[in-house]
Ligand binder design. Structure first.
Ligand SMILES: *Cc1c(COP(=O)(O)O)cnc(C)c1O
Length: 388
């Protein structure tokens, strides 16, 4: 499968058929597996065979999902988890120890920020944020105890981009790991390992499922690191359910066509809104006016499905806009077939101070729109009537 193209890998890299010769992959709802002999069980527990043992460790469905994600991201190995946060937390716990320090971009996912600020201090792990706009600040923040650089690109929700090649060179120079949350881009649009990342993390809940049905997460990358993360997960239990893995693996079969349409719709809507007089700003990486357009073209195949619009009139105007939407729903999720609008300042990022929010580009009038797969004119018309 390695020499096949993305679409083919996403569809054809599947489990071998069972004796029933099924065409679609069956669901293995079993908590454990049996062995023909005592010696086979001994061998499995002693890593002498890769027989399935227990679904907290691995299961045929989670394994299929992981294998596919590894192929698509160009990774050696991977581990699936119950959610994106389980993947992030498991990675941190497996790789960090008391006294370590990490450098992260300032605009990370809200729950990741909460791990850094609320739980890391209890474990004597410290962090420094670099301003997403200024990755050349990173070198100044590196200390002898720094273990890795952690980042998201495009960032949530401000849609800022970080040059992966640039940060990867810094990580290599200082012998640090580079870990990238690739949730917004998906491996169809961006493969950070190609630019030098050591580990790539996904909330599969978003575009990988793409239909707003299940939670899931995955981390892929260097085998020696994945082994540590796998072991921590196997012992502590944030495992992905076989049912969710089965759904996610099926969803990967349509990731390419879905992302193509998300991107086409998002670019169309971003361009149509750019000159709208009710808006202060429209942000989308593949708009020529986007401050990170050059980086976007260098490391992404297309701009993704998220745009942000900043309405004139701050929070009050943003609230009015959201309440006037007819088809588009207000929800915290993203990456769904349905278009979703979120007001980050009053919801996902309400725990930050006003000053912290503004520093990461979350203005009171900013609305994140996860552009769905409905007809682009229907999406645009709903936004336009709500802006009136
Ligand atoms: C949603 C999200 C997460 C967390 O994923 P869950 O599956 O909700 O746990 C992490 N990072 C980013 C960028 C996200 O959007």
């Amino acid at each position: 499968m390695k020499n096949k193209k993305f679409e083919t890998q996403a569809i054809r890299a599947q489990l071998e058929r069972s004796e029933n010769n099924e065409h679609s992959v069956p669901l293995y709802l079993t908590s454990s597996f049996v062995f023909d002999t005592a010696d086979e069980m001994r061998a499995a527990f002693n890593d002498e065979s890769d027989d399935f043992i227990y679904s907290r460790y691995t299961n045929p469905n989670t394994q299929e999902f992981v294998n596919k994600m590894c192929l698509l991201e160009g990774a050696e190995a991977g581990v699936a988890s119950a959610s994106g946060m389980a993947a992030i937390y498991t990675t941190f716990m497996a790789l960090l120890k008391s006294g370590d320090h990490i450098v992260s971009c300032s605009s990370v996912f809200g729950a990741t920020h909460a791990i850094f600020t609320k739980y890391f201090p209890k474990l004597n792990i410290s962090h420094s944020y670099f301003n997403t706009k200024h990755p050349n600040e990173i070198e100044k923040l590196i200390k002898p105890e720094t273990k890795f650089i952690y980042l998201e690109t495009p960032t949530n929700p401000a849609i800022e981009l970080i040059d992966l090649e640039f940060v990867s060179a810094i990580a290599k120079k200082h012998k640090l790991l580079l870990i990238v949350d690739n949730c917004f881009a998906t491996p169809y649009l961006q493969t950070p390992i190609k630019f030098g990342a050591d580990l790539v993390i996904h909330s599969a809940t978003k575009y990988i499922d793409g239909q707003g049905r299940v939670l899931g997460g995955v981390v892929v990358g260097k085998k020696e690191l994945i082994n540590e993360i796998y072991l921590f997960g196997r012992l502590t239990g944030p495992s992905l359910s076989p049912f969710n893995a089965w759904g996610l693996s099926k969803s990967l079969e349509t990731l390419a066509v879905r992302m193509d349409r998300h991107c086409e719709n998002a670019l169309y809507i971003a361009e149509a809104l750019e000159k709208n007089s009710a808006l202060e700003n429209v942000s989308y990486p593949f708009l020529k006016s986007h401050p990170y357009y050059t980086i976007a073209k260098k490391q992404m195949k297309a701009g993704g499905g998220i745009i942000t619009i900043t309405v004139k009139g701050g929070y009050e105007a943003a609230k009015k806009f959201l309440d006037k939407l007819q088809m588009i729903k207000i929800s915290p999720n993203l990456g769904d077939t349905r278009t979703i609008a979120t007001h980050p300042a009053s919801s996902t990022h309400c725990k930050l101070s006003e000053e912290e929010r503004v520093s990461v580009g979350i203005l009171p009038g900013l609305i994140r729109v996860s552009i769905g797969l409905e007809h682009k004119e229907d999406i645009l018309n709903d936004i336009l009537q709500a802006l009136k």
